[in-house]
Design a protein around this ligand. Structure first.
Ligand code: BES
Ligand code: MG
Ligand code: ZN
Length: 497
């Protein structure tokens, strides 16, 4: 979708539809809509009355112009109560409007954002409608012989402002962010018979070549030489060999250095502790963290901020076989710590253990990992909220605060020493599962903490819930969501200022 910022006369705008956002308090049509209504001979007012249109969020009034305007339709999109309107409201209603337009085969639409909201700048509104439109326009339909709907190809954002430089810049950044998120969605949505470990490494290499990043891809032998015994064990059961990927973005004058680590299980069958029935369904999404790493780097390659970024993925597939690792096995991670296996389905933390050791050795200013780590996190917070943990409250607060702006819901889960007792193993330094299932998201986070250099601020984001959704929500269509790409890129942008 192409997004442009324009200042056009609504009367002569050549688009398929002109969209006005209306809040619940607007009992009468505001001035610019009234003008259009007059041209249409009062059709908007008539429709509004006869169809009993109330501008609740997500409600529409679609009025055909019958040739009285250059535009084919006028659409009023409800915003709901004006005091509740924030950036995410605009992302949502923009996505809904795009979907409505798709249904009506409108391929070029104009959103009029000549509005005033106390807490929102024109840049906020413009970037939010851009993100919502691009995210809402997404669908994963490459395997359908027949596409369901036409795409919206052009979005014009209409704003009567002389100097549109900063609004244009905001729209440019929003476009890059939303497209990076869609790129992540595309990768996550691919099944494991298409994207396996080797293929994932190839995609990472293509991305690195495209943006001029450095890249190292380690094969199974090199992974062994690096002493990554935990990661290697997880990968052993699969025909697809592990690939450890390290991409580096190195700007000329970096203001800091950050390691972004993503859980990269191309598929999680559970291994010998095989998942039953429906629990195995959707486990292609167990690479969501890794795909977010690539999406983040794509945005970084386009935005070129002044921070050094390491993208790190320990790609593997968790499968049962005669070569698979077993319960009771004792493994040794890169930092020398030993791990006793309680359950082979708690594999993500093992791959991350070695990836976090590797990241720590780079001595970055902070490490952020993203992982579809535990079902327990989904039980604790619901499907829509990611769990945030870590060793540094300031960094946690920073991520949480950014997530409030991006609409990627996150909530902190508390570490404590009583839960830490649960990952003490009978015969090794650590157990890969807690002795009870209570606090399972936290015991997983505590396990990871053992592999991070305590001097480095680290945040762990458990995205098991919001990484995907079977039916979709808000501006997320069904399948992968691409969370938390926008939050992390915004964090890196903030640190580069
Ligand atoms: N990949 C799963 C976690 C998951 C569950 C992600 C649901 C997305 C949706 C992870 O590897 C896993 O299997 N975790 C186990 C841990 C348990 C064995 C301690 C779980 O959550 O059941
Ligand atoms: Mg598992
Ligand atoms: Zn997993």
């Amino acid at each position: 979708m192409k997004v442009e910022v324009v200042s056009k006369k609504l009367e002569t705008a050549k688009v398929d539809a002109i969209v006005f956002f209306v809040s619940k308090e607007e009992k009468v049509l505001r001035e610019n809509i009234r003008k259009i209504d007059e041209i249409l001979g009062g059709l908007i007012s008539t429709f509004k009355k006869s169809l009993k249109f109330t501008p609740e969020e997500g409600k529409f009034l679609v009025v055909p112009t019958g040739g009285k305007l250059k535009a084919g339709f006028v659409i009023l999109t409800g915003l709901g109560e004006s005091k509740k309107v924030d950036k995410d409201t605009f992302r949502r209603v923009s996505a809904y409007t795009v979907r409505k337009s798709k249904e009506n085969k409108l391929s070029k639409i104009m959103m009029d954002i000549n509005l005033t909201f106390e807490k929102l700048s024109p840049e906020d509104v413009a970037s939010s409608v851009t993100e919502g439109a691009i995210l809402g326009n997404y669908s994963f339909d490459k395997y359908l012989s027949k596409k369901e709907k036409e795409e919206v190809e052009v979005l014009e954002i209409n704003l009567n402002l002389k100097d549109k430089t900063s609004v244009k810049e905001a729209v440019k950044v929003a476009t890059i962010l939303a497209e990076a998120q869609n790129f992540t969605r595309d990768l996550v949505n691919e099944p494991a018979n298409v994207i396996n470990t080797v293929e994932f490494a190839k995609i990472a290499e293509d991305l690195a070549n495209k943006y001029g990043f450095e890249i190292k891809v380690y094969d199974e032998k090199q992974i062994e030489e690096m002493g990554m015994g935990a990661y290697l064990a997880v990968a052993k059961g699969s025909e697809n060999p592990p690939r450890f990927i390290h991409i580096t973005y190195r700007p000329r004058h970096p203001k800091g250095e950050y390691a972004i680590v993503g859980k990269g299980l191309m598929f999680d069958s559970g291994g010998l502790n095989i998942k039953t029935g429906d629990f195995m369904r959707w486990m292609k999404i167990d690479k969501s963290g890794a795909c977010a790493v690539l999406g983040i780097l794509k945005a970084i390659g386009e935005l070129k901020p002044d921070v050094m970024v390491h993208g790190i993925v320990a790609a593997a597939e968790n499968m049962p076989s005669g070569k698979a690792y077993r319960p009771d096995d004792i493994l040794k991670a890169k930092n020398g710590k030993t791990i006793e296996i309680g359950n082979t389905d708690a594999e993500g933390r093992l791959t991350l253990a070695d990836a976090l050791c590797y990241a720590s050795e780079l001595k970055p200013d902070a490490i952020i990992d993203m992982a579809t780590l535990t079902g327990a996190c989904v039980v604790a917070l619901g499907e829509f909220t990611a769990g945030v943990m870590g060793n540094n409250q300031r960094l946690i607060n920073e991520i949480l605060s950014i997530s409030q702006n991006t609409g990627e819901w996150m909530w902190q889960l508390p570490f404590n020493d009583k839960l830490r007792e649960q990952i003490k193993a009978p015969h090794a330094d650590l157990y890969n599962v807690g002795t009870t299932r209570y606090g399972g998201a936290i015991t997983a986070g505590l396990f990871l903490e053992d592999f991070v250099d305590p001097r480095i601020p680290w945040v762990h984001i458990d995205i098991a819930g919001p990484s995907h959704h079977t039916s979709g929500w808000y501006y997320h269509p069904k399948g992968a969501t691409g969370i938390p790409v926008r939050t992390i890129v915004n964090f890196l942008l903030k640190r580069s200022r």
